[in-house]
Design a protein around this ligand. Structure first.
Ligand code: XUL
Ligand code: CO
Length: 438
């Protein structure tokens, strides 16, 4: 492997909470046993290729601020190989167990569909070779069905059936590649699956197209024996004014409508939750309640801004409560914590990328330890059980079994001449209890 931007950097190691070395892990001790298994296996961190390797610091008001060496290479395929070398060297520095990518992050667009697929598979082979000598595995693959102008009116929901077919071909090959590289999940984020104005949009048709597309993906997953999970990533807006996969609840309704609720789970993102007017913990708890919690894009947004800033997570309370609900849901299983997060436009040094991930991983590890301590303490759980204790009684349970009619419940209530007394929700007491763990 050639020299990379990260060649001179040693692998970041766990050094304990007292460490003064900014490039050491203070909380992320991957082998530490927490709640019966190693911390690393709970968190399953992933580095996102697009933000870490492909992003050049440009924003709607400015040209690129960080030009990486591989972005200057004249031959795009040679540039893609240099980018991959840098990627795996970065993974070595971070000692990160997983990575994630879109087809377009790892390989340049070709002249036409065949050319693009050929570039893609050549780079998938290259990544496969890199993975032979790396500890870093693939958490998930996905397709970029939103950057090229052909997708400006959507991919599966496009009014042009050729774009639907083009997208189907792209996803087929990305799913093949994800399986070949041993990925644990395949993610579909609905890039431009949404609308700007109803004046030119047939909602019913577009939703049916999206439902059909997803069914095709699920059928193909089974056909090739991909053992991983298919995940939808909800987001309420941006780039379109109204994205179809708005939030957890919306996607669950969509999955039910197209008969896919047993087949597809969710990849939930912190910043997307915020844009939907929810908290990250709300989205996680809601997905857990529906049994569709799959994986996390663990990042944070800026509550003062209305767009996806994709910052590295750094709000301890928010992350700890998000991970608390993950633990309560039984963990992430095949999912993980993917840093769908980017450094700021001014963070132009290669080291900034390393600091960002080290900080993110350490932050999440610390938050997980706090969440685990809350679970182990059990007082929050006990308070919840106590609040709903009335429902453990036989008469109460009978009402939910589907056997009692409204009249029967009414008759029983009248018979007992019920006069329920209000009880405190105890919110402040519970908040005080929680603050003891931070
Ligand atoms: C966009 C976003 C994507 C998905 C993968 O907001 O989160 O990067 O995670 O396509
Ligand atoms: Co994301």
């Amino acid at each position: 492997m050639s020299e990379t931007l990260f060649s001179g950097m040693p692998t970041v190691r766990y050094a304990g909470p007292d460490s003064r070395d900014p490039l050491s892990y203070r909380y992320y001790d991957a082998n530490r046993i927490v709640l019966g298994k190693p911390l690393g296996e709970h968190l399953r961190f992933a580095c996102a290729y697009w933000h870490s390797l492909a992003m050049n610091g440009s924003d709607p008001f400015g040209t690129p601020s960080l030009m990486r060496p591989w972005m200057r290479t004249a031959d795009p395929m040679q540039g893609a190989r240099e980018k991959a070398d840098a990627a795996f060297d970065l993974f070595r520095v971070l000692d990160v167990p997983f990575f994630t990518f879109h087809d377009r992050d790892i390989a340049p667009e070709g002249e036409d569909l065949r050319g693009s697929l050929s570039n893609f598979h050549e780079m998938v082979d290259y990544l496969g070779a890199r993975m032979q000598t790396s500890q870093t595995r693939l958490l998930w693959g996905t397709a970029n069905l939103f950057s090229h102008p052909r997708f400006m009116a959507g991919a599966a929901t496009n009014p042009d059936p050729d774009v639907f077919a083009y997208s189907a071909a792209t996803v087929k090959h990305c799913l093949d590649a994800t399986k070949t590289l041993g990925g644990d999940n395949y993610v579909l984020w609905g890039g431009r699956e949404g609308y700007e104005t109803l004046l030119n949009t047939d909602l019913r048709r577009e939703l049916d197209q999206l439902g059909r597309f997803l069914s095709l993906v699920v059928e193909y997953k089974h056909k090739i024996g991909f053992a991983g999970q298919i995940l939808i990533e909800p987001k309420p807006k941006e780039p379109t004014a109204h994205q179809y996969d708005f939030d957890t609840a919306t996607v669950y309704g969509f999955l039910q409508r197209y008969g896919l609720e047993g087949e597809v789970k969710l990849n939930l993102e912190g910043n997307h939750a915020l844009l939907a007017g929810h908290s990250f913990e709300h989205e996680i708890a809601m997905a857990a309640a529906f049994g569709i919690l799959g994986s996390l894009d663990i990042n944070r947004g800026d509550p003062l801004l209305g767009w996806d800033t994709d910052q590295f997570p750094m709000n301890l309370n928010e992350t700890a409560m998000a991970l608390y609900h993950v633990i309560k849901a039984g963990g992430l299983g095949l999912g993980g914590c993917n840093f769908d997060a980017k450094i700021r436009r001014q963070s132009i040094d290669p080291a900034d990328l390393v600091h960002a991930h080290v900080g993110g991983m350490d932050h999440c590890a610390r938050a997980f330890l706090i969440a685990a301590a809350i679970v182990e303490d059990g007082q929050l759980d006990a308070a919840l059980a106590e609040r709903y204790a009335g429902w453990t009684g036989a008469g109460a349970r009978e009402m939910l079994k589907g056997k009692m009619t409204l009249e029967a419940i009414a008759a029983a209530a009248e018979d007992r001449n019920l006069s329920p007394q209000p009880r405190s929700g105890g919110q402040e007491r519970l908040e005080n209890l929680l603050s003891r763990f931070f």
